[in-house]
Ligand binder design. Structure first.
Ligand SMILES: [Zn+2]
Ligand SMILES: [Zn+2]
Length: 274
């Protein structure tokens, strides 16, 4: 057990016991801060650690398809680890695998590496990026969400991931949401069945009103109804300044709903304070 986590777990009214489980560095195609800049920032913040959860994209049409290299990643992280002292924040290893059910061979290969967490994310609806400006010219909002959640269901059904990242992703770009309740209930039940944990992603909160995390409290309640309690929190930072954004607010929301927040280490969920 990391002593820092044990010690700061006394302060349950703050987010200082939290590990930011979703941070991108320059080892992701769209990350802007180096791993060293990220870790320096984490040390300045009242956080217990961060996970470099880089993109693993295997869609053949993408320029950066298959670009993630564990050898490179391992070298960079190992170099930082050499200077980590006993009371320093945790530095964890993660991968955000896009549409794992569509690339089972690549997904199997990444499982062989020493990650603390592998998350699954839906970023694409067939040929279209969910966040594309003009997606709503091609497809109406109801269909966008319906198709998005169907992909999430297929991903969860496929399994093998530890976490579902930014559920309700289209809302980050297009606002609003449609909730196919029956399908959502099924998704949450399958997640609980396969011990897949829900991430609360704080990236959408910058532009939106209070408590508009991904997913919203409404979806978190459906997760709870299906028997889900465990959550991780991730800022989805692509720059060091964004690490831990809105974590105090999210910890309030987690306390209000009485969810069990924690982090993954060695692919195993550990609740804070344990
Ligand atoms: Zn993502
Ligand atoms: Zn991400």
């Amino acid at each position: 057990m990391n002593e820092k986590l044990t010690r700061i777990s006394d302060y349950r009214d703050t987010a200082s016991q939290y590990v930011d489980m979703h941070v991108h560095s320059t080892m992701s195609h769209d990350g802007e801060s180096t791993p060293a800049e990220i870790y320096e920032r984490v040390k300045e913040l009242p956080l217990a650690g961060a996970c470099l959860t880089e993109h693993g994209d295997y869609k053949p049409e993408l320029d950066h398809c298959g670009e993630f290299s564990y050898e490179h990643y391992d070298r960079e992280i190992s170099r930082l680890e050499e200077d980590i002292k006993k009371d320093d924040p945790l530095l964890l290893r993660g991968l955000e695998f896009s549409e794992p059910h569509l690339y089972p061979g690549d997904f199997r290969r990444v499982q062989e590496h020493d990650f603390d967490v592998i998350t699954g994310a839906i970023h694409w609806l067939d040929g279209i990026f969910v966040g594309e400006d003009h997606i709503l010219d091609k497809i109406n909002k109801f269909d966008l969400f319906r198709r998005y959640f169907s992909k999430v269901e297929a991903m969860v059904e496929f399994g093998g991931i530890d976490v579902v990242s930014h559920l309700e992703f289209p809302r980050r770009y297009h606002g609003g949401s449609f909730y196919p309740l029956e399908k959502l209930g099924r998704i949450m039940e399958k997640m609980v069945d396969r011990s897949i944990v829900l991430e609360i992603n704080t990236a959408a909160t910058e532009k939106e009103s209070k408590d508009r995390f991904l997913p919203t409290s409404q979806l978190l309640k459906i997760y709870q109804k299906a028997g889900g309690q465990q959550v991780v929190v991730g800022s989805d930072a692509h720059r060091a300044e964004e690490i831990g954004r809105s974590f105090s607010r999210v910890s309030e929301c987690i306390d209000n709903l009485d969810l069990e927040p924690g982090y993954f280490q060695g692919r195993k969920f550990t609740p804070y304070g344990n």
